[in-house]
Write a protein that binds this ligand. Structure first.
Ligand code: HEM
Length: 502
């Protein structure tokens, strides 16, 4: 049977009309459930940031937070394309979802395909029982004892950064501080996750740094299409078997782990790092409950690298930005550091770090304004009735929380743009709901690397502040603004600093 042009045209029109009806039906979802909502636009729903050039959807949740807040709501419904999404604003509801009723919200809605992409199946992505088991196995890797063991490696890695900054200071050159800190954290995580002694300051094109850049800084149309497909029909996109990263990247990291494992086993070498802890678990054998297989080792060392290096360098970048803008606070922080160090024979030790309480306030305040992960997400895994209401969040509904929105909400922080570490004194902290400041997430699925992330960020800041006075270069366009196009926080402007030797 031959089809005429008219048949084809009729088919296309019928398909468009069917899709349109499907979307319109979905756009009645929140109204039917008496949940306040933001008006959607066909076919994007409320994901209109996707319309912006070079834009991924990270910033949209912040916009949803503000729009719902301005209408006086504590929660609300939106649509990502045709898919209903639940946005939570109120800290007490956030506490229910992340902690108290966690068993209804165990998973994240992240693309994860165990069959086709074993290396994408890491702790961040996997679900339910598999997640629970792996989290139990990996938790002992992040105890304070293990952090103490890795402390010296991090301090040693910071030497190269200080040497680099000294050269820049002598030449009176501007410093792209984000790039410097990304090199430092890339060296640290390369060292503790893969056992590689890299120096990104001498060899800025080394492979670990190169792939790190690629993971976070490459915009790719395929990725954008995949996100759109996932949101409209997550089950179908899962079955397509697309991998989470390019084959050559997977191959590079698998080979790196394989070679290091073989070398250590053959030469009977052990090192104080994450990789060693995973190798030890692997060597316990399949019958042990601690056992992790080779793919799990690669997937999770890679995850530590991805989750650990950009988040920490972002924390340091924005802390230094605020300290450079506020010389008095910079001086106060330096004085505390020097006072504590003098009590510890001028040695930077794990114990000395724990005593620097003002530094912790400074980092908290920087993460309030600039949380490295601006959105937290969960997927409802069992129907859930919202406290004191008849509203039921149905199984399969994505739930999102804006850490950026909470941190900049004037209801919680007067003059939210102002950098003021006093907001995190114990007295001030006690006045606020604890779920307003959650830069590491909360509940059983919070950041497993919190201790490590804070430790390496503080070490970087201490090393810089004890060697240099920092200033904003005139080359920096101020004030910095948030780039909504990527998953992790970044500013639209490059932050250039000047470092003055002390
Ligand atoms: C300052 C640095 C860091 C920040 C701000 C940060 C922030 C976060 C946030 C917000 C989450 C999501 C939590 C939630 O959904 O409730 C997370 C999860 C995670 N982070 Fe971090 N992170 C940092 C450093 C690290 C480091 C250094 C590592 C590893 C070495 C790491 C590994 C992970 C992992 C594995 C998860 C997923 C946990 C799970 O699903 O069980 N993070 N992080």
């Amino acid at each position: 049977m031959e089809l005429s042009v008219l048949d084809v045209l009729l088919f296309i029109v019928a398909t468009i009309i069917t899709i349109w009806f499907y979307f319109q039906n979905s756009y009645r979802y929140w109204d039917k459930r008496q949940v306040p909502y933001l008006k959607p636009v066909f076919p994007y729903g409320n994901s209109t940031t996707l319309l912006q050039k070079d834009s991924l959807p990270a910033g949209e949740v912040y916009n949803w937070y503000n729009e719902l807040k301005n209408k006086g709501h504590q929660f609300g419904g939106v649509w990502s394309f045709s898919r209903p999404v639940f946005v939570v604003l109120d800290p007490e509801y956030i506490k229910d979802i992340l902690t108290k009723d966690f068993h209804h919200f165990v998973n994240r809605e992240i693309y994860c395909n165990e069959k086709h992409d074993p290396l994408g199946t890491n702790l961040f992505n996997i679900e339910e029982q598999s997640w629970k088991l792996l989290r139990q196995k990996l938790t002992p890797t992040f105890t304070s004892g293990k952090m103490k063991m890795m402390f010296k490696s991090i301090v040693d890695c910071s030497d190269n950064m200080i040497k680099f900054l000294e050269k820049k200071s002598d030449a009176d050159e501007d410093i792209d501080i984000r790039e410097v800190l990304a090199s430092f954290t890339s060296d640290v995580i390369g060292n503790v996750a893969f056992g590689v002694e890299s120096n990104s300051f001498d060899d800025s094109k080394n492979d670990i740094r190169k792939y790190g850049k690629e993971i976070f800084e490459t915009f790719d149309l395929l990725l954008l299409l995949r996100i759109a497909a996932q949101r409209i029909c997550p089950n179908i996109s899962k079955k397509l078997g697309i991998k989470s990263m390019p084959d050559r990247m997977i191959e590079f990291f698998s080979n790196l782990v394989k070679t290091t494992m073989e070398y250590r086993t053959k030469n009977n070498i052990t090192r104080p790092d994450f990789l060693q802890l995973l190798i030890d678990m692997h060597q316990e054998g399949e019958t042990s409950e601690k056992y992790v297989n080779f793919d799990q080792i690669v997937a999770n060392t890679l995850l530590f690298f991805i989750a650990g290096f950009d988040t920490s360098s972002t924390t340091m970048t924005f802390t230094l930005y605020e300290l450079a803008r506020c010389p008095d606070i910079q001086e106060k922080t330096r004085q505390e550091i020097q006072k504590v160090l003098s009590k510890h024979e001028n040695k930077l030790t794990y114990e000395a770090l724990q005593e620097m309480t003002y530094l912790q306030q400074v980092v908290d305040e920087a993460m309030r304004i600039w949380p490295p992960l601006i959105t937290l997400g969960r997927i409802c895994t069992r129907d859930y009735r919202l406290r004191d209401s008849d509203i039921v969040i149905e199984k399969g509904t994505p739930v999102v929380i804006s850490t950026l929105g909470l941190g900049r909400d004037p209801r919680y922080y007067a003059d939210p743009e102002k950098f003021d570490p006093e907001r995190f004194s114990s007295e001030e902290k006690n006045k606020r709901h604890p779920y307003i400041h959650i830069p590491f997430g909360e509940g059983p699925r919070n950041c497993i690397g919190l201790r490590f992330g804070l430790m390496q960020s503080k070490i970087g800041i201490i090393r810089i502040l004890t060697n240099f006075r920092i200033h904003i270069s005139t080359k920096t366009k101020m004030p910095l603004t948030v780039d909504p196009s990527i998953f992790l926080l970044k500013s639209n402007e490059t932050l250039y600093l000047k470092a003055e030797k002390m």
